[in-house]
Design a protein around this ligand. Structure first.
Ligand code: SIN
Length: 304
């Protein structure tokens, strides 16, 4: 019987399987990210890292809603300097690390990316799509700005650069093309969808930030549509993200055009076993349907 291969290559990155955690779900510590890898992820993605320590928004920062979560953390993180120590521990264990990062100015984006790149991350994920921090969210909806920041970062790093796109735009293909023109090696589609949750007891918004970003199964059909549209618009590979909970979701994303996948909210609802469950389901699907490699599924639903 032919061997089934879950291993993939994306933008020059060789991974043992296509499933990673989504940025932000499990923080920045090497111990937690190592556990993600030990539980079966193909690579680990850090929480978004900025230049300086940042507190983020006050509580409440998360609301549970039908079909998912709404979060407005406000990009809390201890700053790039702190993370470099954690990165050293991850690299010592041979774990592929994708560092998510952001800046409050173009220079900050470049400085954080350069420091992470020099410190040996395997790839970078440029967050220009957080819906909860005004400057970052607005940046991601402006094609000119996305091209400029991508270009500036790409000019200073020698690692694959993925740009994480926002679904909160009227035409995501315009932003995807801008990132591609700026030199992005790939795109992560998508970040969370702007949303709101209200308390009928308090008669107020639940989150301190009023609005937040919706993730989880409720986001999936929207995110899948984004991947579908982007696949038809650009040549660079896509990492699908948004509500992936089961191997069936994973297969849908691959068929829509994603070459790799990120799992976020499902880590909270299913636990870390979600990585093994998805990989096992993918392997069975490939075997039962006569495929040998994950890459054979990528974009297959677009074929007439
Ligand atoms: C947040 O920190 O508010 C969420 C991060 C993101 O959506 O990029």
């Amino acid at each position: 019987m032919a061997e089934i291969r879950l291993a993939i290559e994306i933008a020059g990155l060789n991974l043992r399987n296509p499933v990673m955690n989504a940025a932000g779900i499990l923080g920045l510590t090497a111990d937690l990210l190592r556990r993600v890898y030990e539980e079966g992820a193909g690579a680990v993605v850090t929480k978004s890292i900025g230049l300086k320590p940042r507190m983020g928004h006050p509580n409440p920062t998360v609301a549970i809603v039908e079909g998912g979560l709404i979060n407005a953390m406000g990009l809390p993180n201890p700053g790039v300097e702190y993370f470099l120590g954690e990165l050293e521990k991850l690299k010592a264990g041979g774990i592929p690390v994708v560092a998510s990062f952001f800046g409050e100015t173009l220079d900050e984006f470049v400085e954080v990316a350069s420091r992470l790149s020099e410190a040996g991350v395997d790839a970078l994920e440029l967050n220009c799509s957080c819906p909860n921090v005004e400057g970052v969210g607005i940046l991601g909806s402006d094609p000119g700005a996305v091209k400029r920041v991508t270009e500036a970062v790409k000019g200073c790093v020698d690692k694959p650069l993925f740009v994480k796109l926002s679904p909160n735009v009227s035409d995501i293909t315009e932003i995807a093309r801008a990132a591609e023109r700026g030199g992005a090696d790939g795109l992560t589609a998508v970040n969370t969808l702007r949303a709101i949750a209200l308390s009928i007891e308090a008669r107020r918004p639940i989150l301190s930030n009023v609005t937040g970003g919706l993730s989880g199964p409720a986001l999936k059909p929207v995110a899948l549509r984004c991947v579908w549209e982007i696949y038809e618009a650009v040549e660079i590979p896509i990492i699908g993200c948004g509500g992936i909970t089961t191997w069936r979701d994973a297969v849908e994303y691959l068929l829509a055009g994603a070459s790799a996948l990120q799992v976020g909210t499902a880590i909270m609802t299913r636990g870390l076993r979600v990585f093994r469950e998805i990989n096992m389901g993918l392997r069975n699907y490939l075997e039962e349907n006569g495929f040998r490699e994950v890459s054979e599924l990528v974009g297959l639903a677009h074929e007439s």
